[in-house]
Ligand binder design. Structure first.
Ligand SMILES: [Zn+2]
Length: 439
C-alpha cells in the first residue's frame, strides 16, 4: 500500500480518483488481488447476518478473502482507512441483463450484432460494479455475451461484478421471449433464441444452454411488458413444460428462475419447483401463500416501471408496451405487500438493462417505502441474494471466509436508505475499484 488515505480524502476525493483511473483504463483492466494481507478500517459496519450495525471494525483480508472481523487495530498490517464511513458487504442484484445497449428499440436490438452488444456490456458491468454491486445474477441474454462478460471479469480482463448467467431465456412460441412476434412468419426458430414448445424441446434447450455455459436456467412463465402481442397476465408454458425445465436443470445442479407476471403462471411455476419468481406483478395473498409454502424466492423488480413510464419515453418503448406497463404498475406494489405479509423470501432484483446500469440503486428506497425496514432492504441485496444464487457464506456477508467484497457509504443507510444511491468506495475480491485506490 502506497498511502493511507484519511477519512476526509475518502469522502471528498473518492469519486474523482476512480474516474481518473478508469478513464485512463490502465491498471484496472488487469486488476489482480494483492498477494499480501491488509485490513480495512471503518467506524461502522452492517452485520447483515445478525441484522445490526456495529463498529468500529477492522476487516482483515488475505488476498481475495475476508480473514477476520476485529474490533481493534491489528498489529503489523497495512490499513485502508475509511474513517467515519459505514461498511457493508458488496451488493447483489439477482435480476439484471448486462449484455446489450440500454434504450435500444426492439427493432434496433434485433439488428444489433453480438459484437456491439458485448461492447455495451463492458460498460454495463463497469457501471454496475461502481454503483456497489459486486455480484449479479444475469437472467437472460443472447449470443453468449453474458458468458463472455462473466469470464472476462473472472479472468481480470475487465472490471465488473461476479456473474451467474442464464444465456437464452426459454420462451414458448409467441411468448415474452419470441422477438419474431413482430416479424413476418418467414422468420424461423432455432436454438440460439430459446423459443421452444413441448417437453422435448424444453429439455433440449436446457441441455443446450448448460452445454454453452449457463449457470442457471431462465424460463418465461408468462407474457411480458416489453414484448409485442403477448399479455403479462397470460401463462407461458404448460405445467409439464415448466416441470421439465426444473427437472432437467436439477439433473445438472442448476436452478430455474421464472419470469412470471400473471397469477396463474406464478403459482404454476412455484408448484413446478422453480427457485425464484421474477416480477410476480399479479401476485395476491393466495399466490404469496403458495410461494411461502413451496419456499420459492420472489425477486420484485419494482423500480423498472418508473424509467419505462418516464416522461418523454426516453427508453423508446412502444405504445403497446407502455399501455401494458400502465396496467402492471398498479399491481406491482400490492404484490410486494402480499409477499411481505405472507413472509415470502425476497431477494433484491431490478431488471437493470431495461434502464441504465447502476441506476438499480433506486430499488432500495421503494422497498422501504413499501414496508421493509432499511435493514431488510439491505439484507435482500446481500445475505438473501447470496442464498438465492447458492453462494451463501461466500458473498453478501462480511464474515471470515467470504470474498472481500465490500462497499462503503458516507452516512448511516439504516437512517436514510438512499445512502446506498451514493456508494463511495467499492472493493471486490480485495481489489479497490472505486474510491481511494491507495494500494
Ligand atoms: Zn428481466
Amino acid at each position: 500500500m502506497h498511502s493511507v488515505p484519511r477519512a476526509s480524502s475518502f469522502v471528498s476525493c473518492a469519486a474523482l480518483s476512480i474516474v481518473a483511473t478508469l478513464a485512463g483504463l490502465v491498471p484496472l483492466a488487469h486488476a489482480q488481488a494483492p498477494s499480501h494481507r491488509f485490513a480495512v478500517h471503518a467506524a461502522h459496519w452492517i452485520d447483515v447476518r445478525a441484522g445490526v450495525e456495529r463498529g468500529p471494525v477492522w476487516v482483515t483480508v488475505d488476498r481475495d478473502t475476508i480473514e477476520a472481523i476485529r474490533s481493534s487495530a491489528p498489529e503489523g498490517l497495512e490499513v485502508i482507512e475509511l474513517g467515519d464511513a459505514v461498511l457493508l458487504p458488496g451488493l447483489i442484484d439477482c435480476h439484471t441483463h448486462l449484455s446489450g445497449r440500454v434504450g435500444r428499440s426492439p427493432l434496433e436490438s434485433l439488428k444489433a450484432s453480438a459484437a456491439s452488444e458485448a461492447i455495451a456490456g463492458v460498460n454495463n458491468v463497469r457501471q454496475t460494479l461502481l454503483a456497489g454491486f459486486t455480484t449479479c445474477r444475469d437472467v437472460g441474454g443472447g449470443e453468449l455475451v453474458d458468458i463472455a462478460l462473466r469470464d472476462a471479469i473472472k479472468a481480470g480482463d475487465i472490471p465488473g461484478p461476479r456473474m451467474r448467467v442464464a444465456t437464452w431465456a426459454l420462451s414458448m412460441t409467441g411468448g415474452h421471449g419470441d422477438d419474431t412476434n413482430q416479424l413476418d412468419y418467414h422468420w424461423h426458430n432455432d436454438m440460439a433464441r430459446g423459443v421452444v414448445d413441448g417437453v422435448d424441446e424444453v429439455r433440449k434447450q436446457v441441455r443446450f444452454n448448460i452445454q454453452q455455459g449457463a449457470d442457471l436456467i431462465k424460463i418465461l412463465a408468462s407474457g411480458g411488458v416489453l414484448s409485442a402481442r403477448d399479455d403479462p397476465r397470460h401463462t407461458g408454458f404448460s405445467f409439464e413444460e415448466m416441470k421439465t425445465a426444473v427437472e432437467e436443470a436439477a439433473r445438472q445442479e442448476r436452478f430455474v428462475a421464472a419470469h412470471a407476471h400473471g397469477k396463474e403462471g406464478i403459482i404454476m411455476a412455484s408448484n413446478a419447483g422453480v427457485r425464484s419468481i421474477e416480477h410476480a406483478s399479479y401476485m395476491d395473498d393466495e399466490a404469496a401463500r403458495v410461494l411461502k409454502k413451496n419456499g420459492t424466492w420472489y425477486v420484485p423488480t419494482l423500480y423498472v416501471i418508473e424509467p419505462i413510464l418516464a416522461p418523454g419515453n426516453p427508453l423508446k418503448i412502444t405504445e403497446e408496451s407502455l399501455a401494458k406497463a400502465r396496467v402492471v404498475k398498479n399491481h406491482m406494489r400490492s404484490a410486494f405487500h402480499s409477499a411481505l405479509k405472507a413472509g415470502v423470501k425476497i431477494a433484491f432484483g431490478t431488471d437493470a438493462g431495461v434502464f441504465r446500469h447502476g441506476d438499480q440503486v433506486h430499488e432500495f428506497k421503494i422497498y422501504v417505502d413499501e414496508g421493509m425496514t432499511p435493514m431488510q432492504a439491505i439484507q435482500s441485496a446481500t445475505i438473501s441474494g447470496a442464498d438465492l444464487i447458492g453462494w451463501s457464506g461466500r458473498i453478501g456477508t462480511i464474515s471470515p471466509g467470504a470474498f472481500a467484497d465490500l462497499i462503503a457509504v458516507g452516512a448511516d443507510p439504516l437512517k436514510d436508505i438512499t445512502e446506498l444511491e451514493r456508494v463511495k468506495w467499492v472493493m471486490k475480491g480485495g481489489v479497490v475499484y472505486k474510491g481511494e485506490t491507495g494500494r
